[in-house]
Design a protein around this ligand. Structure first.
Ligand code: BES
Ligand code: MN
Ligand code: ZN
Length: 506
């Protein structure tokens, strides 16, 4: 999708479709009844005139994601005018605007429209922020997961060109251009991640994932090393290998390094990702119903690869290393069995109670390795537990943090990125559940508080390094389409992580 900026008066712009946001300003207070209940977010009189009738007809309410398409709007050079509802004006922010841009893309592409112009709301959000949100939302909305439909090429409905209309000329054109490019980099990286996650396990093996990371790294000029079983054994990654040993597909340890000149040497961020390219559960096999979804169990790793892509292009001055542990989790004659004891890279012994609790095993060694590489702060992302879905549903991802200061930084980044996440606890009381009769700890405990148990397990391997764990099991895959995003891989956490990394810039 091509993107370009325009500062023309919206009504004077020639386009297939002009998109304008409308907001609901209705108030409960009866004394304010004569104020307009729905406002159009453009000061262009011609635009206001063109929408006057449809607004006064009460057909347009401003309700979030409501779309109204008008043809040949009077007084406008645009062929069509699309009004998108942004909900209550009081709560409207860049996060809503991002979704509206996605909604506009998905509404228009389904009508075979290939290009449009989006008017940045004038008062609701600062211009640079609004512009970035629109670019991000539009790219995310343009993603279509139907990769293997044989009529995909005929049906390929995508927006080719997006014009973003900024009002007035008081803005610093260079700053706006930069905001647009940044939005594009982040959103394309999010779609890069979604692309990896969307592939089924026969087309996204650990080896293929490593190749894709290498290819991306070469394109953006970043260092990428990929290793196989030999290196995993040589590093004594007994927990990672315990999972990998059951599969005929070789595992991959993927290391991406971003080390810019001028970065402070005191800070070295480590991003660790779970990339189980298919999770059958192993010998503790999962029920058949819904097992096909376990192809997205590599989403945490795919997220970290996408974050590194964005970082390499945005070039913040902060050192970042990503460690991605890729493997299948299979039952076989070589597979680990319940009761087996594995010695992790850190030297800690683990009694395997349930081979389906494999994510924490691969991450345990990933975290140790990131520490060995010198990382001073760790973040991991993983589709780790069904229990986080019980706790937070499909709406919020779970955040766990061992360090409050680091959490504050992450929470700020998360707010900027407009992604929904919620902090869960890591009290010492939960630690009792880790006890094993035979080893230092078990890999799975009671059913209750399962997401917290998994996080407590990981904490043992982050040791004293400040660490954040993101459990994205309920949010990495959209169970249904939304107005702004297709059903399928969501790319959750990437934007927050990119913001988080940028926040450490020296
Ligand atoms: N990959 C799953 C978690 C998961 C569940 C991801 C639903 C996406 C959607 C993970 O490896 C797993 O199987 N976890 C078990 C742990 C249990 C055996 C302690 C779970 O959550 O049931
Ligand atoms: Mn599992
Ligand atoms: Zn898993």
């Amino acid at each position: 999708m091509n993107t370009n900026l325009s500062s023309s008066v919206p009504s004077q712009l020639e386009t297939d479709c002009l998109v304008v946001v409308v907001l609901d300003r209705s108030e409960k207070d009866q004394s304010k009844k004569d104020k307009p209940a729905v406002t159009v977010e453009s000061s262009d009189d011609a635009v206001r005139e063109a929408v006057k009738d449809v607004i006064s007809s009460a057909e347009v309410t401003g309700k979030a994601f409501e779309t109204t398409l008008l043809h040949r709007p009077a007084g406008l050079k645009a062929k069509r005018l699309l009004l998108v509802g942004g909900g209550k004006a009081k709560t409207f922010s860049a996060a809503e605007l991002r979704k509206l841009a996605g909604t506009a893309v998905r509404t228009l592409k389904s009508k075979s429209i290939r290009s449009f112009a989006f008017v940045v709301p004038e008062t609701a959000v600062p211009a640079g922020q609004g512009l970035r949100a629109i670019v991000e939302g539009a790219f995310v909305g343009n993603f279509d997961p139907g990769y293997y439909k044989s009529d995909r090429n005929e049906k390929d409905q995508k927006i080719d060109a997006l014009t973003i209309v900024v009002h007035g000329d008081a803005h610093d054109a260079k700053a706006l251009e930069r905001a647009m490019q940044a939005g594009r980099i982040v959103a394309e990286s999010q779609n890069f991640t979604r692309d990896l996650v969307n592939e089924p396990s026969n087309r996204m093996t650990p080896t293929i994932m490593a190749e894709r990371a290498k290819k991306m790294a070469a394109e953006v000029g970043m260092n990428c090393e990929t290793y196989g079983a030999d290196k995993i054994k040589q590093l004594k990654m007994g927990a990672f290998w315990g999972v990998a040993q059951g599969s005929d597909e070789p595992p991959a340890l993927i290391v991406l390094r971003y080390d810019p000149v001028g970065a402070a040497d005191k800070i070295h961020l480590g991003l660790v990702g779970k990339a189980v390219t298919f999770d059958t559960g192993g010998i503790s096999i999962k029920p058949a119903d819904g097992m096909e979804k376990m192809k997205y169990d590599m989403a945490g790793g795919a997220t970290m690869i996408g974050v590194m892509r964005a970082i390499a292009l945005l070039k913040p001055k902060v050192k970042v290393t990503a460690v991605i542990c890729a493997t299948e989790n299979m039952p076989s004659g070589k597979a680990q069995k319940p009761g087996d004891v594995q010695i992790a890279m850190s030297g800690k012994s683990i009694e395997i109670i349930n081979t389906d609790a494999e994510g924490r095993l691969v991450l345990a060694d990933g975290l140790s390795y990131a520490r060995q590489l010198g990382c001073t702060h760790l973040v991991d992302a993983a589709t780790l537990t069904g229990a986080v879905v019980v706790a937070l549903g499909y709406v919020n991802a779970g955040i766990f943090a061992s360090d409050d200061q680091m959490y504050e930084r992450f929470a700020n980044a998360n707010k900027q990125a407009g992604e929904k996440m919620w902090r869960l606890p890591l009290d010492d009381e939960y630690k009792d559940n880790l006890k094993s009769n035979i080893a230092d700890m078990v890999n799975a405990g009671s059913r209750w508080g399962g997401a917290i148990f998994a996080a407590m397990f990981l904490k043992e391997f982050a040791e004293d390094t400040p660490w954040i764990h993101l459990d994205i099991a309920g949010t990495a895959w959209m169970e249904e389409a939304k107005p702004w995003i297709a059903k399928g891989p969501s790319g959750i956490a990437l934007r927050s992580l990119v913001e988080f990394v940028k926040g450490w810039e020296s």
